[in-house]
Structures are given as structure tokens and as C-alpha cells.
Write a protein that binds this ligand. Structure first.
Ligand code: BV8
Length: 294
């Protein structure tokens, strides 16, 4: 036997699954036009995104890393939540504390879709949070949607990927956003980089939620499950009794990473289409009109 691909059997399980854990990845926002990390989206101006998303890259060339984030802020601000974001927000409204969503995404689309804050944790921060690099300053800002953050980070209309490995222009550290509090240090993106610990307490809520009782379902939506400690929640959910439903454009050939069981599901396709269909019995229809949905 292999994991099921049947939506009706998932619907039957959904009806008797009060507690649901979700792990969201970049694939959730792919249909909103935002590139994923792996696959072709994983490169920005010939730089590997996972190399730029590190403290070492920022220390070496803060101007280049800020251009990477300024571009992603610009793209995310010009993107719209898709039906999957709205479906998960509706599920949050219906299930409240029985839903725990762990999002690896920093694009701000889940909050814009109305995901109830109590039902979601943004494990890796947000493109729209910034903080001072100064050890003793402590200044941080949430939901700073200024675009551009400063003149030097304006996304030029002819923004294109240069053929060579170097960006067409460089941004000097002195032209980067300055901390308004200490006025000496520059600001950095308020995300967790590779090699950085997740913010204090970020995982505690999720751990406590899992410890509260049986996890009935775990939805793995648009993630390669390659990044830790986020990926560790798959085994934790399994250990708490969860059946796993994977939603991915590419059916994970190697079940090794997830360790599928016969009682699980693998739904191959676009999250924007599959997630509303999977959750329909619990949330009804999702009608997206422009920047909102019913
Ligand atoms: C930590 C914010 C410990 C930034 C991100 C060496 C040193 C230190 C740590 C490590 C190490 N080696 C390994 C580690 C652990 C490391 C890690 O996991 N590395 C990986 C690469 C092996 N983790 C860390 O460093 C974490 N911290 O371990 O701290 C510590 C403790 C104390 C003191 C110091 C340190 C921090 C990890 C957080 C990194 N930050 N984001 C930014 O965004 O710029 S991670 C970033 O990449 C995203 O947030 C996301 O989590 C990840 C990308 O993963 P996915 O979301 O899954 O995206 P991906 O592109 O991979 O997959 C997309 C999927 O969607 C694909 O499967 C695709 O098929 C599918 N898809 C595509 N289209 C669709 C679709 N599915 C459905 N529908 C579609 N339309």
C-alpha cells in the first residue's frame, strides 16, 4: 500500500479530526507569484538564496543582502494572498485553538489573508520586520511596509538579473537603513537566518500545543521539509498520533524525509487549488476577489 491520493477519504478524516497542525513552506505562496527557495526560484542574481540568508553574507556585504531582501519585500508587497492562504485563515476562524499553523514563510501573505494571530507562528520572522544590528540597542520594528526602505534600496524599474555574478550596482553600508534609536548602527531584516537560533520562545507555543493532546492531522503544505528545526515537527506530530497529508507540486519521490505511512495522503498539485478543496467541508467555499475573500 502507499499513501492515499483520495480527497474524499481526507474529507472523512477531516470530519473526525479536531486538532490540526500545519507546516507551511514557500510552495504555499508560489501561486501568488513568489519564488520558492529550491528549484529555479532559489537563485537571486545568480546568488543562492540560502547563502544570502546568513549572518556571514550580511557581514560580508550588507548592501548585497539588503538588495536581496528589498527585492523580496517589493515582490511580496505586490503579490496577493491566494485561495490557500484564505482557506487556512478560514480554518483558523473555525477551529481556533485546535489549529496550530507553523509558517516558514516570511512573505506576509498569511496575515494579509486574515489568519487569526493566535493560530499561527511565523517561525522565521517576516520580511517586514527590521531590527538594529547593535548588540545593546535592541530597537526592532514590526510591519514596516515602507517600500523602498531607503532611497538606496529602491527597486529600479529596469531591475533585471545581470548576466554576470555581480549586481549592476552596489549599495554602500552608509546608504543602508539606519537605526532611528541609536542612530549609529544599520538595521537588518527581522528574519532568522541560517545558522541563527529561532527567537526565544518561538517553538514553545508549538511544543505546548502538541503536548496538550493527540494531533489528529498534520498538513505539510508547499514545503521541501529540508529546514530545521521546522522539519522536526513532522516526527513530533507523528509521535502525537497524527496522520500526515502532503500538498506539493511534486509528489515527494523519497518518502524518507517524511516517512509516509499507508494512512497518510499525498496530494500532488498547486496548493492554491488543492488546499481550498481539501478544507471545503470544514470552511465552505473560498471566493477570492482582488485583495479579499469570502
Ligand atoms: C538553527 C528566513 C541552531 C530567511 C529561513 C549548520 C549550522 C547551523 C545550523 C545548521 C547547520 N546545518 C543545518 C543546520 C540547521 C539549519 C538548516 O536546517 N539548514 C538546512 C538548509 C539543512 N537551520 C538553521 O540554521 C535554523 N537555526 O538550526 O539554529 C542554533 C541554535 C543555537 C545557536 C545558533 C544556532 C534556522 C533556519 C531558518 C532559516 N531561515 N528563512 C529568508 O527567508 O530569507 S529558511 C527559508 O528556507 C524559508 O523560511 C524556508 O524555511 C526554507 C525554504 O524551505 P521551503 O519553505 O520548504 O521552500 P523550498 O523552496 O525548499 O520548497 C518549496 C516546496 O514547495 C517544494 O517542495 C516545491 O515542490 C513545492 N511547491 C512549489 N510550488 C508549489 C509547491 N507546492 C504546492 N503548490 C505549489 N504551487
Amino acid at each position: 500500500m502507499a499513501p492515499s491520493t483520495s480527497i474524499p477519504t481526507f474529507h472523512a478524516a477531516l470530519a473526525t479530526s479536531p486538532r490540526i497542525l500545519c507546516l507551511l513552506g514557500a510552495g504555499l505562496s508560489a501561486s501568488s507569484g513568489l519564488p520558492t527557495f529550491r528549484g529555479k526560484g532559489g537563485f537571486w542574481r545568480n546568488h543562492d538564496a540560502t547563502v544570502l540568508a546568513t549572518p556571514e553574507a550580511f557581514a560580508a556585504d550588507p548592501g548585497l543582502v539588503w538588495q536581496f531582501y528589498a527585492h523580496r519585500r517589493h515582490m511580496a508587497l505586490n503579490a496577493r494572498p491566494n485561495p490557500a492562504h484564505y482557506a487556512l485563515a478560514k480554518l483558523g476562524g473555525k477551529r481556533g485553538g485546535d489549529l496550530m499553523v507553523l509558517s516558514q514563510n516570511v512573505d506576509g501573505l498569511s496575515p494579509r489573508a486574515g489568519q487569526p494571530e493566535s493560530t499561527i507562528r511565523y517561525l522565521h520572522g517576516s520580511l517586514f520586520d527590521v531590527k538594529c544590528v547593535g548588540e545593546n540597542c535592541g530597537h526592532s520594528e514590526k510591519d514596516n511596509f515602507k517600500d523602498p526602505l531607503c532611497p538606496a534600496l529602491e527597486i529600479l524599474p529596469n531591475f533585471s538579473v545581470p548576466k554576470d555574478n555581480e549586481p549592476r550596482y552596489t549599495v554602500k553600508a552608509e546608504d543602508l537603513p539606519r537605526c532611528p534609536k541609536c542612530k549609529t548602527n544599520i538595521l537588518r531584516p527581522g528574519v532568522t537566518w541560517f545558522g541563527e537560533a529561532l527567537p526565544e520562545g518561538m517553538l514553545e507555543d508549538a511544543d505546548k500545543w502538541i503536548d496538550k493532546g493527540k494531533v489528529d492531522l498534520m498538513l505539510l503544505i508547499g514545503t521541501s521539509a529540508a529546514v530545521w528545526p521546522a522539519a522536526g515537527y513532522i516526527e513530533m506530530a507523528r509521535g502525537a498520533g497524527a496522520r500526515i497529508a502532503v500538498v506539493n507540486m511534486v509528489a515527494p519521490g523519497d518518502p524518507g524525509r517524511v516517512g509516509f505511512k499507508d494512512e497518510d495522503w499525498v496530494f500532488e498539485g498547486d496548493a492554491a487549488k488543492l488546499v481550498p478543496e481539501m478544507l471545503r467541508p470544514a470552511i465552505g467555499e473560498v471566493y477570492v476577489r482582488g485583495d479579499s475573500a469570502q
